[in-house]
Structures are given as structure tokens and as C-alpha cells.
Design a protein around this ligand. Structure first.
Ligand code: PLP
Length: 367
């Protein structure tokens, strides 16, 4: 199998699994228990919190563990004060768009922040948002489909000067490009473990001191009272280890990914009618979204699947209907062209040989 869908999820790193296993077997105590068998587990969570906070340059007390990026995004939007409006970029992940729409249905003003043809937010749009003065703005750092990286540091500084709380979904950027909480000047940041070779079902919300979090899960007071529920210890330990490895290996990984992506782009240019979406924008080193004129992306995905190659299509097929990707639609891409999209997202274990094989197989389909 050639796995080229790392933005969907990544395999667990062996070193991460090794770190997790003792917490599924020997150290099964409840971290809230006061005896030693519990305290050992609680210390492991503390260590993981340090590892995750070190990756983004915050204090451990600024990190609350969640069940993943989705919960972190929901929690971030839940801080919105009553009466306040919010603004989210049109290319956000559904775990931002859906809670934003729910807030709208409950009476909050919702503004969509448009992007240009390259998927980038513009200064003019930010100026407009500042005039609207929402309570909260959510802009993702890197897009899961196109890999487009927004200039969060620049916009967050402007927005916070006007008293606006800024959240960024850094789920896809983490482990691929440097992600520094302070440098990005945001108040809130969402992270996910399974995109950085950690286990699924674990993530975190990082927050600036002084920002009031409204817990969405109430109960036993775990996670500084911000996220109740007995901790998913092994997953948290795994997330911590994955974060530590991402920090140590970041430069090496992104260099490797960029080399592969360049080889991929060079090979793809030989295919007639092929477009690379958001080609002019700064993008993640591992992500390439392409469309081939007149070819249905989902059909292409299935053909590649028959050759044991995993990629993702750009369409939202959850509803069973072949709708064009809202991300590409927001970029002004016509429906037919958007429906031709497939996303190739590379990972640290991919090789140049796999890239060449992928290009060979794609060409052999005689599209
Ligand atoms: N945000 C982005 C940009 C994502 O790509 C994803 C996952 O696909 C999420 C949030 C959700 O993260 P999780 O799968 O950990 O809930």
C-alpha cells in the first residue's frame, strides 16, 4: 500500500506506542486517586502536558487535554460571550463551521471571512471584520485540503488590538511547520494528536492566561476544572511523546516532506489538464490538492484505491451526495473543477520511490 493521506490521519510512531503501552497495562490507576498507583499516572499526564506545551512554546498550565481537535475547536468557540458576534474563515474545518452555525442559530451574529482565489485571507477582509467588532475570530493556521498557511501572526495582532479574541485551529500545521503560540499572537489554539503520529481521540486546547474558558463537559473537575472526565491516559501519554518527537524532528521532517512534494509537483506537471490548487499561496510542505480537467475526483480516488494507493477526494461525500469541496468553492473554483479535486498528503515515512510509483500509476490510468 502507498499511503498518501496523512492529513486524514497518520500511523502511530513505534516510539509513541512504546510510551503508551505501560499505561494500558501496568499503570492503570485513576490519575485522580491519591495513592501512589494513581499518582504515577497523574505524573505521566503532567509530563505529557510539558511535552505538548514545549512544542508550541507555552506553560503547561495553558494546555487542556481534549478528545481531539474537534472538541478543542468546539471549546474555543464556546468562550463567546452572550450577545457577542463571531467571525470564522470560510475555509474552516467543519468542527469550527458547525458550532459557529449553531451559535448563529442561537442569535449570535456570524460573519464569514472570505478568501481569495489562492485560499488566502486578505487585509481588506480583516479591516472589514475589525469594523464589525466580533467577540471572537477563528482562522485556521493551515488548511486541511489545500495546505494553505494563513498569516495568523499579522492578523491576530491587529484583531487583538481591537479587543477581539483570536482562535486558530493549528491541527494541520502542527508538526509540519513551526507553531509558536506567542509568535502567532493568538488567545486560543487547537491541536490534535493523530495528525502528528500520535493516537486518535486526543488533542488539546492551548489558551492565553486570563482567557476565560467555558467548559463544555462538566463533572469531576479534571483538567483544572476545564474538561471533566477521567483522562484518556494512554492517549495523552502518546500525544505527549508524539509532540516531543515532532519538536525534535521538525526540521528534518519538513525538509524530507518538501523534497518529496517537489518531486511530486514536478512529476504531475507532465499530466495534461492538471491544476494544483492554491499554487501561489504559502502551503504546508506535505499537502498538494490537484484537479484534472474533466475527471471526477471520487472516481479517481476509487481507481487509485484499486492500485492500493490511498489519497483523499476534495468532495464532501458524508451526505452521500457528491458536493464540491466548500474550501474550493470559497476560493471561487467552479463546481465541476472542484469536483475533480484529490488531495495528496505526505508523511514522514513516505519515500521518493513511492512518489514515482504514484506518478507512474496515475499516468497509467490514461486520464
Ligand atoms: N481541524 C482540522 C483542520 C482538521 O483537519 C481536523 C481533522 O481532520 C480537525 C480539526 C479535527 O481533529 P480530530 O480528528 O482530532 O477531531
Amino acid at each position: 500500500m502507498i499511503y498518501l493521506d496523512h492529513n486524514a490521519t497518520t500511523p502511530i510512531d513505534d516510539r509513541v506506542l512504546d510510551a503508551m503501552l505501560p499505561f494500558l497495562t501496568t499503570f492503570y490507576g485513576n490519575p485522580s486517586s491519591l495513592y501512589r498507583h494513581g499518582r504515577v499516572v497523574s505524573s505521566a499526564i503532567d509530563a505529557a502536558r510539558e511535552q505538548v506545551s514545549a512544542l508550541i512554546g507555552v506553560q503547561p498550565a495553558q494546555v487542556v487535554f481534549t478528545s481531539g481537535g474537534t472538541e478543542a475547536n468546539n471549546m474555543a468557540l464556546a468562550i463567546l460571550p452572550s450577545q457577542a458576534g463571531l467571525a470564522v474563515s470560510a475555509t474552516e474545518h467543519p468542527s469550527v463551521i458547525e458550532p459557529a452555525l449553531q451559535l448563529k442559530s442561537r442569535g449570535h451574529e456570524l460573519a464569514m471571512i472570505n478568501v481569495d482565489a489562492n485560499g488566502l485571507i486578505t487585509q481588506e477582509t480583516i479591516d472589514e471584520i475589525i469594523r464589525l467588532k466580533p467577540g471572537l475570530v477563528s482562522i485556521m493556521l493551515a488548511n486541511n485540503e489545500t495546505g494553505v498557511v494563513q498569516d495568523i501572526a499579522r492578523y491576530a495582532r491587529q484583531l487583538r488590538e481591537h479587543g477581539i479574541i483570536v482562535h486558530t485551529d493549528a491541527v494541520q500545521a502542527l508538526g509540519k511547520i513551526p507553531v509558536d503560540f506567542k509568535q502567532l499572537a493568538v488567545h486560543l489554539m487547537s491541536l490534535s494528536s493523530h495528525k502528528i503520529y500520535g493516537p486518535k481521540g486526543c488533542g488539546a486546547l492551548a489558551f492565553e492566561k486570563g482567557v476565560t474558558i467555558n467548559p463544555i463537559l462538566l463533572g469531576g473537575g479534571q483538567e483544572q476544572g476545564l474538561r471533566a472526565g477521567t483522562e484518556n491516559v494512554a492517549a495523552i501519554v502518546g500525544f505527549g511523546k508524539a509532540a516531543e518527537l515532532a519538536r525534535i524532528e521538525l526540521a528534518e521532517r519538513s525538509e524530507h516532506l518538501l523534497k518529496l512534494k517537489t518531486a511530486l509537483e514536478n512529476g504531475l506537471t507532465e499530466i495534461p489538464g492538471l491544476t494544483i490548487f492554491a499554487q501561489q499561496a504559502k502551503r504546508l510542505p506535505n499537502t498538494l490538492q490537484i484537479g484534472i480537467h474533466g475527471i471526477d475526483g471520487e472516481m479517481l480516488l476509487m481507481k487509485l484505491d484499486k492500485k492500493d494507493i490511498c489519497v483523499s477526494s476534495g468532495s464532501a461525500c458524508a451526505s452521500g451526495e457528491n458536493e464540491p469541496s466548500p474550501v474550493l468553492t470559497a476560493m471561487g473554483i467552479k463546481s465541476d473543477h472542484a469536483k475533480s479535486a484529490i488531495r495528496i498528503s505526505l508523511g514522514k515515512a513516505n519515500t521518493e520511490a513511492e512518489i514515482f510509483e504514484f506518478i507512474k500509476q496515475l499516468k497509467s490510468l490514461n486520464l
